[in-house]
Each structure stands twice: as C-alpha cells, then as structure tokens.
Design a protein around this ligand. Structure first.
Ligand code: LUZ
Ligand code: MOS
Length: 765
C-alpha cells in the first residue's frame, strides 16, 4: 500500500533561495523600489553615555536645504516607549540618556546624504552622570533589572560537606556583535485613512506592529508589517528591529510621506545591542569517583542600558547552567545588571551559551586541580534518561551519552589523542590541544505563552498553492522547510508551492522567529492547515470515486484509493472542489502541548524536547606568535530525523563557526566612557574563511523517537553554536601543553593576545 510517510524522502531539497542569493536577485528592504516623495531618516544619537539633557538645539539642522524636519520625543503622539518586557526604553530620549548613541532626535530629509550630514548640526548639552560599564559594579550599586532569579535543586550546602574536591573561581565571557550582512532598516509607507505599511527587516513582525501602534496611539490593525527576508538576524532583529521600524512609521505619521531608514554599518555597530557579556562565580564539588555532587553559580549579566530581552535571556542562562550534565545539587542565581552601553539583546543561544561556558570552566578547573582528564569528568556526569534538570523537567529521549560515545568511537578519540601527544613531543614551538564539548539545548520559548503559530494556506483553482506563516526567513532556510511541509502534506510537487512574505495582515499575533522553534511551530501550523484542506479534498474525491474518504491518499499529484493510483490528478481534484464551491483555503494553528513553567517555584516542564550532541575540537597554537588554527571539529549531532540535511548541515557549520568566533576572536570592547572601541571591522574580528576549521565533520545521529519536532526533524538553529565553546578549551589546552604552569584566567574570547600572555605566564625555561 502507498502511504504518506514523511517528507524525509525529499530530505536533500536545496534551499529555495540559493539561486537568487548567488545571482543577487533576492529582495531585501533596501532593494524595494522607493516611491516618489520618500524621505530618508537618520538618528542623532547621544554623544555621551550617561547624563541629563539640559538643552537640545535642532534649529541649525532644520535650516539645511533638503531637510524636511527634525523630530523629537515631543512629537510622539502615543507612548514614547518601545520596551517589550519592561517599559524602560524610550523611542527618543526625553531628559536622560543612558548610552552613547541613544537616539535623541530623528532627521528626515529628501535624500540619505543630507539626512546623515544634518545630524552633525544638532547640538545637545548634557550634564554628565557617572558611567558604569561593569556589571558587577552595577550590581554593587543595586542597579538590577527585573527580578533576581534562582534555580535550586537538592541542597548544595549539605552536599558540599560530602565532597572530596571543591573548587571556586571566576569565569568571564564577552559580548558579540551580530554582524548580520544586512544592517537594520525599514521602509514605511502611508496608506489611506492613516494606515501605515512597514517593510521591515525584523524577526518579529508582530512586535514591530504592537510597539509602533502603542507609540503612535493607534490600534494594531492600522499597522501592517511585511517581511520578505532578512540578510541575517541571529537574534539581533528579534527585538531591536522594532526601534528602526517604529522610527520610520513615526516619520510617516508626522509628515504623511514615505520614510526609509537603512542603517550605515557604523551606525548599526554603535547603536545596537549585542550578546550579553557575563561575569560569573562558580563553586563545584566532586566526590572521590569524580561525580559532580554540587554546583553553585552567580551570573552577573551585562544588560546594557535597558531591559530589552535581558530578563528572558537571564532565565535561559539558568536553564542551561548544568549544560549536558546531571548534577543533583544546584544553586544558581542570576542578576541582570544595568550598565551604560546599548541594551544587549538576543543572540543565537539566548544566554544559554554563557551559562554553559561557566560549567565547562568549572569542570576544566576541577580536572586540572585534581590532575585528571577533563574528558573523564565530563563523561562521568553526562545526563541520563530520567535525570532531573535544575528546573524540574525530567530528562527524556536523552542522547547525551549516545552522541558522546558515538563521537569517541566514530572519530577514534584514542588515535587523535595519540597523534596530538606525538606531535607535541616532536614540536617545540607548535602545540596542539584537544577538547570535547557536549551540548544540551532546550527547545521552546522559555515563555510558554509564545509557543504558538499560525499559517494560512490557499489552494488556487489551478492547483497552485500559496503558504503564509509567521516564520521569517533570515537565511536559515525556514521557507524551504515550510514548502517541504506543504508539498508533502498535499502530495504535490514542490514547484506548485509558493511561500509568501511574512505579513501581519495574513498571519496575526505571531511570536518572533527565534528560539530555534520557528520551523517546528510554523511547520505544525502549516500541517494543520493542509490537513483541513486535505479532508475536504478527500471527501470530494471519495464522492467522485464512490469510496470512503479515509481510503483516499494524495501523493505525487495523483489520487490514490487504498494504495492504488487512480486517473484523477491533483489539478482535476482541485478544479472539481472549486466547482463545488468548497473552501480551498485554511488557517492552521499550533500551540506546543505539555509545556509549562511556574516562575514562583522556578519549576516545570518548559521545553518540548532537548537537542544533544558532542564536538571534538583540535587546535594548533603557534607558541611564538600566539596565533592558532583549528585542525578539525568532529561532531555527532542529534538531528532527530532531519527533514533537510543540506539546510541542517549549513546551520550546524554556521552555528559552530559563529560560536568559535564568540569564544576565540571576537573581542567587543567599550572604554570607561562607554564608547565602543571595536566599532568597525578593522578592530572587531569575525571568523573569515581562514579562521574556519580546516575540517568540519558532522555526523547525523539519526534517531526516530517520537518527539514534538516537525516530522521528528529537531530544531537546529541555535544548539550547534555551543560547540564553539570546545574551541576555547582546545586552544587553552594547547597553551597548557607549552606551558603547564600558566595561570591564564578563564576569560573568553581567548584572543591571540591572551594566548601569547598565557604562553609565557610563569613560564619556566
Ligand atoms: N527568544 C525568546 C529566544 O523570546 N525566548 C526564548 O526562550 C528564546 N530562546 C532562544 C532564542 N530566542
Ligand atoms: Mo534568537 S537568539 O532570536 O533565537
């Protein structure tokens, strides 16, 4: 019998955007043809990081030829507020400024150059206030955003009494610039009756719509957001695309003309928030068998000047504070600390990587103090089926051990170790280091409410199909996956299906495309919509053939009865259905079942499932110069049953390299005045083709457990980023091979400069 199984048979479908991307034909906001009368916007940002505005003089700028107007907070018709979780972020500064570059005024001009030039003619007098750029200092001053959060499992106090080994220390991880290829931007156009349409480069169309409506003091239905695709988001456009879109809509509201704003790269670097730097304290306790019995940590998150998504990110740090390990006694406390830098925001991993780094530091520290291998401690403490996470969820369908053990045998770890030892023995000025990095990442928005999505599917009378969802394509390939779901469900060829833009008028109240959950949530909504249409088509086909609807299957564009092909085609059936005046459209809805979380107890079952994996990383350090390369990263990753291996491989490789960048080379620096020093690509180094590991091998651990992923194909966007933490330890271990006495602090990124210092720190000749 012919059955509809899964779309995995078509698992190597190419990303539907690839051809247009390489030909430069894909459309981004800046490619949308501008209409006559368009004004160009540019923000005047605060020149200093903290102070009280005494006087603002925009008159000189206004007088410049070609300048239409200069707007300030006084022109905002509704609430001058764009804060999502906490209302602490004005669209335009009123009396206080809290970071360098904070928007104070908006210039609107007839062309882009005039707008940019006019900004320099705005004058502001600011009475300076003390500037804080260190989260621990902010914490000491009591400058905390939102609630202090504590996750507890067991009782660390009594557990430490039973530990043979106890170590305490500090771990620091730096920020990270998103560096999406497409900078932030939006283009807003007036429609009739005061309606506004915004073309936005956002991961969260509904967030843009909601905040813009509130700021303009008009209902949400008057604002339409349309998104074709993003040239990268990485979390940087989950919340922070809103400001720029809202500013363009504000301009439309005030002038009645279309307003466009595409940020210059230097503006984007200076004004937008980044991954949160963290400064953390840990205390780890182990028994004589190297079982981790107790773990305590305090995380000081550098939130920047306003809340943005920091409270949610803080929470994910706690969710991932034990990474892939079972620790029976945990006490983890996290503080979101307000500093005078741009508000930090979502970035691939969303606080999880920062938490996972700290436990890896603690384990590495314990191993070197005890004089055992880090790998031994890691392996002995991996999560097992039925273990309890510190937040109360019970580990199910655990692949921690299977990924680890498979990686060790598949890639012959013993042989890799022997080769490294041999190499290090023979070489004086080059040393290799090895690290294993297991990951465990929870899939679902930690805010349970957000785990829902909708899709609108139209079958047109000629048999072609249009699919709208809340998913935003940002290069991750979600549109290809949505197309696969629709084509598979309806039994049609992929060419028949078109994925429409993401638009708040077609699909409302969406969650942002984030948390790795977009394909799951929206894919399941597409599935639901297709099932509704399918049921109608089956009824009509059954009627035509004189059989029961449940005997009908649609596959390969043909109607099958009890597994046998009939001569009725997809197109014929659709036409028949149309002629019978049946509904060929459906709205699908999905809300993740079973998940819940109680913040008063900090316990629950917040994640639909977890993604696991293990990476083996080998680095070579040049011990004269402090330079390093990565020989290889060999990964066994838990994809469930991948529905698109090319896309999933691309996400894994991209995530890995982005993680390596964060951990080893991207050094984000603000000075004491809160000025971004790494403010251009000459001073901020991201991985280029030479920095990529010479070999990346990804083995697909194919598992077929029932899970809540779309067609059992697990979420893949964020988890691989955390493999990059392995690169940090591989470099560190190479340094230790050269200089066993090094006292290098646990401070990421481990830049060549820090490597060089570490190589000769306490070096005995
Ligand atoms: N965004 C969000 C996220 O709002 N909530 C989350 O839990 C999350 N997790 C990862 C990435 N973005
Ligand atoms: Mo995100 S960090 O926008 O999934």
């Amino acid at each position: 019998m012919t059955t509809n199984k899964t779309p995995q048979s078509k698992h190597s479908m190419k990303n539907i955007d690839s051809n247009n991307h390489v030909q430069g034909k894909s459309i981004y906001v800046d490619d949308v043809p501008t209409v006559r009368g368009t004004l160009y916007a540019c923000v005047f940002g605060s020149p200093i990081a903290h102070g009280v505005i005494k006087n603002l003089d925009t008159s000189k700028a206004t007088e410049i030829e070609g300048v239409h107007s200069v707007l300030t907070y006084k022109d905002v018709p509704g609430e001058n507020q764009i804060g999502g979780i906490i209302p602490d972020e004005p669209l335009l500064a009123e009396h206080h400024v809290h970071f360098q570059g904070q928007p104070i005024a908006l210039v609107l001009a007839e062309d882009e150059k005039t707008a940019q030039a006019a900004v320099h003619h705005i004058q502001v007098d600011i009475d300076p206030l003390p500037i804080i750029t260190n989260p621990r200092e902010a914490h000491a001053n009591g400058d905390i955003i939102g609630a202090v959060r504590t996750f507890t499992l067991g009782d660390t106090k009594t557990a430490f009494e039973k530990c043979k080994y106890i170590f305490e220390g500090k771990a620091e991880s730096g920020g990270q610039e998103h560096l999406y290829l497409e900078t932030q931007g939006a283009y807003a156009q007036p429609q009739e009756n005061g309606n506004i349409r915004i073309i936005s480069s956002t991961q969260g169309p509904t967030a843009v719509q909601r905040m813009t409506a509130r700021m303009l003091g008009i209902p949400m239905h008057k604002i339409e957001i349309d998104v074709t695709r993003l040239g990268g988001g990485f979390g940087g456009k989950e919340d922070q695309a809103t400001l720029w879109a809202a500013l363009t809509a504000f301009g439309v509201y005030c002038t009645g003309r279309p307003v466009k704003y595409i940020l210059h790269r230097l503006e984007d670097l200076k004004m937008t928030g980044k991954r949160h730097p963290y400064s953390s304290d840990y205390k780890i306790g182990l028994d004589e068998n190297l079982k981790i019995i107790a773990f305590e940590a305090q995380y000081y998150q550098d939130a920047g000047a306003s809340a943005d998504l920091s409270p949610a990110i803080l929470e994910r740090t706690l969710f991932h504070c034990t990474n892939s390990y079972f620790i029976p006694n945990v006490l983890a406390t996290a503080y979101s600390c307000r500093t005078n830098t741009p508000p930090n925001t979502a970035f691939r991993g969303f606080g999880g990587p920062q938490g996972m780094y700290v436990i890896e530091v603690a384990i590495d520290r314990a191993a070197s103090e005890i004089g055992v291998s880090t790998i031994d401690i890691q392996r002995k403490n991996l999560l097992q089926e039925g273990s309890e996470f510190p937040y109360g969820q019970i580990v199910a369908n655990c692949e921690a051990v299977s990924c680890w053990d498979d990686a060790i045998s598949r890639y012959d770890l013993a042989n890799i170790q022997a080769e490294i030892e041999d190499f290090n023995h023979k070489n004086v000025h080059l040393k290799k280091g090895l690290a294993l990095m297991p990951i465990c990442f929870g899939i679902s928005f930690t805010n349970t409410q957000m785990n829902n999505a909708r899709a609108l599917v139209h079958v047109y009378s000629d048999g072609s199909v249009g699919v709208s969802t809340g998913a935003v394509e940002m290069g991750q390939g979600v549109n290809t996956k949505m197309l696969q779901v629709a084509a598979f469900m309806l039994g049609v060829n992929p060419e028949r299906v078109k994925i429409e833009t993401t638009n708040t008028t077609r699909v409302a109240n969406t969650s942002p495309s984030a948390a790795s959950a977009t394909a799951d949530l929206n894919g399941k909504a597409v599935k639901d919509a297709c099932n509704q249409i399918l049921a109608r088509l089956q009824r009509i086909a059954a009627d035509m053939l004189g059989v029961q609807p449940e005997d009908i299957i649609l596959k390969d564009e043909i109607v099958f009865v009890n597994g046998k092909a009939t001569d009725i085609t997809w197109v014929q059936l659709v036409h028949k259905t149309f002629m019978r005046r049946e509904n060929l459209s459906a709205k699908g809805h999905y809300a993740t079942p079973k998940i819940h979380f109680d913040k008063t107890k900090e316990k629950g079952h917040p994640f639909a499932y977890h993604v696991y994996g293990t990476a083996i990383t080998v680095a070579t350090v040049d011990c004269i110069r402090g330079r390093y390369d990565f020989d290889c990263v060999k990964i066994v990753h838990d994809f469930g049953t991948s529905m698109n291996r090319i896309i999933d491989l691309g996400q894994t490789e991209g995530g890995l390299v982005q993680g390596i960048g964060w951990m080893t080379m991207e050094e984000l620096l603000y000075n004491e005045e809160g000025r971004l020093l790494s403010n251009a690509l000459s001073t901020y180094k991201i991985p280029d083709i030479y920095a990529v590991p010479k070999e990346i091998d990804v083995h697909f651990l194919n598992t077929d457990n029932s899970n809540l992923a779309i067609f059992k194909s697990k979420a893949v966007g964020e988890p691989p980023l955390m493999y990059g933490i392995g690169a940090y330890f591989a470099v560190r271990n190479a340094v230790k091979a050269f200089n066993p006495n090094t006292q290098m602090a646990f401070s990421a990124p481990i830049t060549p400069e820090k490597v060089l210092m570490g190589l000769y720190d306490n070096k005995t000749v």
